[in-house]
Structures are given as C-alpha cells and as structure tokens.
Ligand binder design. Structure first.
Ligand SMILES: *[C@@H]1O[C@H](CO)[C@@H](O)[C@H](O)[C@H]1NC(C)=O
Length: 274
C-alpha cells in the first residue's frame, strides 16, 4: 500500500445493504433483460456508450461499459482521465445508472470530463461468459472472492490502461472497495492507479438473503476490513481524504437523491486534484 498515493475514503459505517434497491424508473428493468447495459440504460439517457469484454486469467468474460464523454460533447478528447467504477455485492454496473443523469455518478463523471468505465463482476447478469464453461455448469460458479482479487481486477485494470494509455482513478462501492484493498498490497495494480476512492468500505450486510452470498461476504468483510484498517493506519495522512456521513444507508451511496451533494461532489473535487 505504500506505493499508493491518494485515497478518498467515504464513510466508515454504512447502514443497511443491498436488497433495498428501488425499482428502476420507466420499467427499465425489462429493457435491461437484453442487449447489455449500454443499450438498456445509457442509451436511454442519450450518452455515448460502448460495450467491451475483458477475459480474466481463468477464462471469465467480464462485460465492461465505456462512457467516453458526456452530453456536453467530446472536447478534450485524449485528455480525459479514465475512471473505473466497481459495483458492490449482488449488484452490477446498472447500479451506477439508475438515477437521473445529474444524480448518477457514471453520467456525472462523463459530463465532468472523465472517461468512464463500468465493470460487471463475474457471475453477474452481464458477465456470464467464459472461454470454456457455460454458466449452467457448476464449475462456472466454483470460485471465491480471491479470484476477483487475483484475476478480475488485474485484467480489468490492464485492459483500461491499454485502451486509454493512462493511469486510472478507481471508485469502488462496498465489495468493490474490499477487493481493491485486498488487491492493491499485491503491487501490480498500483502502477496503473492514479487514485482510489472507496464508498462505503465497511458495511453491514444484514439484509442479504442468500446464505451463500452472505457467508462469502461476511468472511470477506471480516478479513478485509481488518486489512483495510491495518493498511490505512500507516497511510500518509495528507494523502488520505475521509468523508464521513452518519446514517447513510448502504444503497444510498449509488442512488440516494442527496448522494450528489453529500458524496459525488466531494469525490469529483478529489479526482480533479489527483
Ligand atoms: C462479449 O462476450 C459475449 C459472450 O460472453 C458476447 O455475446 C458479446 O457479443 C461480446 N461483446 C463484445 C462487445 O465483444
């Protein structure tokens, strides 16, 4: 972690968890059933959006969406810093796009000069491909959080780095923060990293209903929260920005109507500085 420079840490304690996701507006859940995230959600909002695939070292085909610029057009092409948004547990990239454009972090970033990339973790609706396994095959599901850290995050970082030729800002939510904190100490990602922003890095998952997901997530949380705190303890304090908002429900981070003011605006100010 000592190589990592700038961290934006938003909130240490977040209230409830996934499962509280509001119904998307305009029946977009139905739309999302086909065609991928771009055509389902971003296209509806009239933003440019390209679908990409990245194959992890163990054969999982992850879907990525790139929103290269916003509604204000493509001025500053080639200078837009890439930002990777990683969703939390039991959600996918759509989670960054459910609110109106001025309140959806992905679209807000695109409108503010960033080249936005969204990843869908293996096993989520848009990342069910594999080079040799079918998602109906039990072997497809034979992985743990470690593989996200070891294979998926490095493959995703490398892909975006290769595509853009630039180091990236990383923004994780919930599980997206925990896998990053587990991956960064291993070193290889940090060379491609400009800054890391962690939204809801510590969360309760009491509302999660799937026992399997719950066991995995609890184990992950217990281990990596400890790692997180150990790592940050030695982090240079002037490189760590902590935003603390009490009683912010976990899911609110990506879709609460006041998230823009409470979290996204300070986050964007942080990204501009680094
Ligand atoms: C990504 O891979 C899936 C199969 O997993 C395929 O259906 C889709 O067309 C690919 N998309 C792109 C943009 O390559």
């Amino acid at each position: 972690m000592d190589k990592l420079t700038f961290i934006f840490l938003a909130i240490l304690l977040c209230g409830s968890a996934v499962g509280t996701r509001p119904q998307p507006r305009d029946g977009r859940a139905t739309l999302a059933a086909d065609g991928g995230v771009c055509s389902a959600v971003v296209g509806v909002q009239n933003y440019p959006c390209n679908e990409h695939n990245v194959t992890s070292g163990d054969g999982y085909i992850l879907s990525l969406q790139n929103i290269p610029f916003g509604q204000s057009g493509n001025a500053g092409k080639g200078q837009r810093p890439p930002v990777l948004l990683h969703h939390g547990v039991l959600t996918d990239a759509v989670t960054w796009l459910l609110s109106p454009p001025e309140q959806s972090l992905a679209l807000l970033l695109a409108d503010n000069g960033f080249d936005v990339w969204l990843v869908n973790a293996r096993g989520t609706k848009y990342s069910l491909g594999h080079t040799s396994l079918s998602s109906n095959d039990p072997a497809f599901w034979d992985w743990t959080w470690d593989e996200l850290v070891t294979y998926d995050l490095p493959a995703t970082f490398q892909y975006i780095y290769d595509q853009t030729g630039q180091k990236l800002h990383y923004v994780g939510h919930s599980m997206g923060t925990l896998i990053a904190f587990a991956a960064f100490p291993k070193g290889q990602l940090v060379d491609m990293l400009r800054s890391a922003s962690m939204l809801c890095p510590i969360a309760y998952i009491g509302h999660m209903t799937s026992p399997l997901a719950r066991t995995g997530a609890e184990k992950l949380l217990a281990e990596d929260v400890k790692l997180l705190l150990d790592n940050l303890h030695d982090h240079e304090q002037d490189k760590l920005v902590v935003e603390y908002t009490e009683n912010y429900a976990h899911a609110d981070y990506v879709m609460g109507f006041n998230a823009k003011q409470d979290v996204y605006d300070p986050l964007m100010a942080f990204l501009r500085l680094h």
